[in-house]
Design a protein around this ligand. Structure first.
Ligand code: HSE
Length: 306
């Protein structure tokens, strides 16, 4: 195989109770990428459609993740990359993760899979680190493994794929403003109170127990964030109205998607998720801010070859 065309899902990190450790892949939104083997050594980005992003390898997250891969690879040739972006940078649904993860998965497939999925997550984290300043693995793990993932440990890296209840649907609203992950990390405090820690890890455990027992009520009760949401929600226009409207429309829970500005809600069943989308439309139509809304199932396969 000399070239490959892949789809890489958008992802929701944190899922309220799991800052930097939980991630979820969406079925209906994502980027595409074509990666081609070439004889010249190195990574070359020949085309980017959909967004205005740098083509220089060392300035593009796909180039940076690709270089991390090349450092550990014995391959003597190079790769040419075409990127087709659907996910806007700074949207909170894993734009940099999609580019970072897609390139390393595609390169690995072209070389006969010398690296494990866990190693690919490590390479993709270097792309993430270049834009957020922190090598967080929550988005790239969900993109590479698919489904809902838990980063149980960063050192050593340990990723667990969690059970996905059949009727879980996601609604995401993306207000068309940009919030850089690096900026939305600056508003966070590096210390948390023991009281908030207790609430947060209780909910993280509850969420995971809810996924395995397919207990939607428990999942909903657990989708709470006492640590990050109070600080970051101030950056997102009409966050509280969207959260209230989504809960009134029957969502199980609602919170900030990754570092924002997107806001996600989980619902039991597609009809509920559509009702939540209508409630979000109703609220945002009056704000004068452009937005997109997606209703999606969870993507169970992660990055796939097209
Ligand atoms: N866990 C990261 C954060 C995700 O919230 O900063 C960024 O997409």
């Amino acid at each position: 195989m000399e070239d490959i065309h892949v789809f890489c899902p958008a992802t929701i990190a944190n899922i309220s109770c799991g800052f930097d450790v939980l991630g979820l892949a969406l079925a209906s939104v994502g980027d595409e990428m074509v990666v081609r083997k070439i004889s010249k050594k190195g990574i070359f980005i020949s085309k980017i459609e959909g967004q205005n992003l740098p083509k220089e390898t060392h300035l593009n997250v796909a180039g940076i993740a690709g270089q991390a891969f090349m450092k550990k690879s014995t391959y003597q040739g190079g790769f040419e990359i075409e990127i087709y972006k659907q996910i806007k940078p700074g949207s909170g649904i894993g734009s940099s993760a999609a580019s970072s993860a897609a390139v390393v998965v595609a390169m690995n497939k072209l070389l006969g899979e010398p690296f494990s999925p866990l190693q690919l997550v490590e390479f993709a984290m270097e792309g993430e680190c270049s834009v957020s300043g922190i090598p967080h693995a929550d988005n790239v793990s969900a993109a590479i493994f698919g489904g809902i993932t838990l980063v149980r440990s960063y050192d050593p890296l340990d990723i667990i794929s969690l059970n996905i209840p059949k009727e879980i649907y996601v609604t995401v609203i993306h207000p068309q403003i940009e919030i850089k992950t690096s900026d939305s990390r600056k508003v966070l405090s590096s210390n948390i109170s023991l009281k908030n820690g207790i609430k947060q890890w209780g909910n993280l455990g509850g969420f995971i127990a809810g996924l395995y027992t397919e207990n939607y009520e428990l999942i909903g009760h657990s989708l709470k964030d006492y640590i990050v949401e109070p600080l970051r929600s101030k950056l997102i226009p009409f966050f509280h109205q969207i959260k209230l409207g989504s809960m009134e429309a029957g969502a199980l829970g609602c919170g900030i998607s990754g570092s924002g500005p997107s806001i996600y809600a989980l619902s039991k069943g597609c009809n509920k998720a559509e009702k939540v989308a209508s409630a979000m439309h109703h609220i945002y139509d009056k704000t004068g801010i452009d937005y997109d809304i997606h209703v999606s199932e969870i993507n169970i396969e992660g990055i796939k070859v097209l």
